[in-house]
Design a protein around this ligand. Structure first.
Ligand code: ZN
Length: 501
């Protein structure tokens, strides 16, 4: 019997396959769950008393951006395109320490709100570097969270990516937009290759991925470069797919086909491929994603916040695609609260013209936020369940918290009512990273002070870039509203037929 065996006793446990929480002992050995025994029967000299706690599997955030940690609250009525327009100042001029702090802040919020793993698309301007990737990895290691870290990359600027946008600017503004340049494919991909070659973090804790950020922002050569690099090193690939109506119309204009069909043509679709949002996709795209074993991240909070629309996830699931839940980054969603994202995933499924039996039910929403998201991270065989052989990634909620008093139905209350406030302890890989509401491994007051300093310094350094993009914003907004409206006005079925011509 290994001497690191721990018995967690006294709690109600939401174990895999159960429809209700029940009293049980969880036996943890090393970083994994060795057994789930009837309450009061498991023996070990090392015991954790979890009386008064409800233990659930750690929630998994299928799509976020750690770089958003320092940029929370910077915008309000921003469409996706206005957010992308603001990118140079909200994400620019970051030092290694800024990247570290930003990621720590996001990770701390996730842990505090019951999330133990995430897929982080991290912006590293102007190009990723091995050091930058290690700074982000170190942030997750220090907080104690699992993560897939995928540098968010492109070889076109936002202004080059949207067909017709540059032509919409008057000459002076056009020259400002044209002066911004993306790095060359080689300059972007070479450091990722080096990072993949020398990656020192265990793949089941902190895994490297690659994120050609938005297909329209990437030339075909660049997409092929990402694909080949991913194949060479076994990296998961993630992108923002048809997040806005603008992207759907832009794809029809640029490729003469849908975004998913283009990715298929580029041979990017496969079991290691996942995508976020997927609001503006049609049935043929769902079929392509399902046939190639791709997974999707559903980000209902971000989709509402940016006015992108509501992804019809019931249709996607019925089409055979695995779906997880994500918050998206703090500059677009704005918190890192997986309970909120999960609740929204259930709620927004009810606005479509369908009977209640077709709405996303609470057990299904929770499954999406755990097992579904785990599949997006490529970790479905080890996280997302309280089950024997799975990692001991466990969230302990206080049954005396008002959110859970009285406990009538644990799953319904977790999905429909919980906001993360009842989370008391969080364990990742058998080790507490949040204990009685405190972060044992982190000097939070110091992190918070450094983050405040970093945010003020960055606001000053990026003031010029902000002035420039503020001048471009009105044209971006009006042009993109018009371009997006083409997709709004075109009924989905008609659009699908147009695409299939
Ligand atoms: Zn995103």
């Amino acid at each position: 019997m290994p001497n690191d065996r721990i018995v967690i006793h006294g709690a109600l446990v939401l174990a895999y396959g159960d429809t209700a929480a029940r009293p049980a002992d969880i036996v943890v050995s090393g970083d994994s769950i060795e057994a789930i025994e009837p309450a009061g029967t498991a023996q070990s000299p090392r015991q954790i008393d979890a009386t008064g706690r409800l233990i659930i599997p750690g929630l998994v955030n299928a799509h976020t951006h750690g770089h958003g940690g320092l940029a929370k609250g910077v915008g309000d009525r921003w469409s996706l395109e206005l957010l992308l327009n603001a990118g140079p100042w909200i994400n620019g001029a970051r030092t290694g320490q800024d990247r570290y702090l930003s990621t720590v802040i996001s990770a701390v919020e996730m842990i505090r709100k019951g999330c133990t793993a995430c897929y982080d698309l991290s912006a590293m301007l102007p190009v990723p570097s091995v050091e930058a990737l290690n700074d982000v990895a170190q942030a997750y290691a220090d907080v104690g969270m699992r993560a897939v870290i995928a540098p968010m990359i492109a070889d076109r600027t936002f202004y080059q990516a949207i067909p017709g946008l540059l032509d919409a600017f008057p000459p002076e503004l056009r020259s400002l937009a044209e002066a911004m340049r993306a790095a060359s494919p080689d300059a972007t991909l070479a450091p990722i290759r080096e990072a993949a070659r020398t990656w020192r973090h265990p793949a089941d804790r902190i895994r490297l991925g690659i994120a050609p950020t938005i297909p329209l922002h990437c030339s075909d050569d660049f997409l092929a470069g990402c694909r080949d690099l991913a194949a060479e090193f076994g990296l998961p690939v993630h992108t923002h797919l048809a997040e806005s109506a603008v992207q759907r119309t832009g794809a029809l204009k640029r490729y003469g086909t849908t975004l998913t069909a283009h990715l298929h043509r580029m041979r990017l679709l496969g079991p290691g491929f996942s995508a976020a949002h997927a609001i503006w996709i049609d049935d043929a795209e769902i079929e392509l994603l399902a046939r190639h074993g791709c997974a999707l991240a559903h980000n209902p909070g971000s989709n509402l916040r940016l006015g992108n629309g509501i992804a019809d996830i019931r249709r996607t699931i019925a089409g055979g695609v695995t779906v997880g839940v994500g918050t998206d980054g703090s500059s677009s969603s704005d918190n890192q609260n997986m309970f909120e994202a999960t609740r929204l995933a259930a709620f927004v499924s009810r606005v479509f013209d369908r009977p209640p039996e077709d709405w996303i039910a609470a057990p299904e929403a929770l499954q999406m936020a755990t097992e579904g998201s785990a599949a997006v991270l490529g970790m479905a065989d080890r996280i997302g369940r309280i089950a024997v052989g799975y990692k001991a990634d466990l969230v302990f909620l206080d049954l005396d918290h008002v959110n859970l008093v009285p406990l009538n139905d644990a799953i319904n209350q977790l999905v429909n009512g919980e906001d993360g406030a009842a989370v008391r302890d969080v364990m990742v890989g058998g080790r507490f990273v949040l204990r009685d509401g405190k972060l044992p491994d982190l000097d939070w007051p110091r992190i918070a002070a450094q983050a405040r300093d970093a945010a003020s310094r960055l606001a000053e350094v990026n003031a010029g870039a902000r002035h420039t993009t503020d001048r471009l914003a009105p044209i971006v907004s009006h042009f993109c509203v018009g371009l997006g409206r083409c997709a709004h006005d075109l009924p989905r079925k008609l659009a699908a037929e147009y695409v299939n011509l």
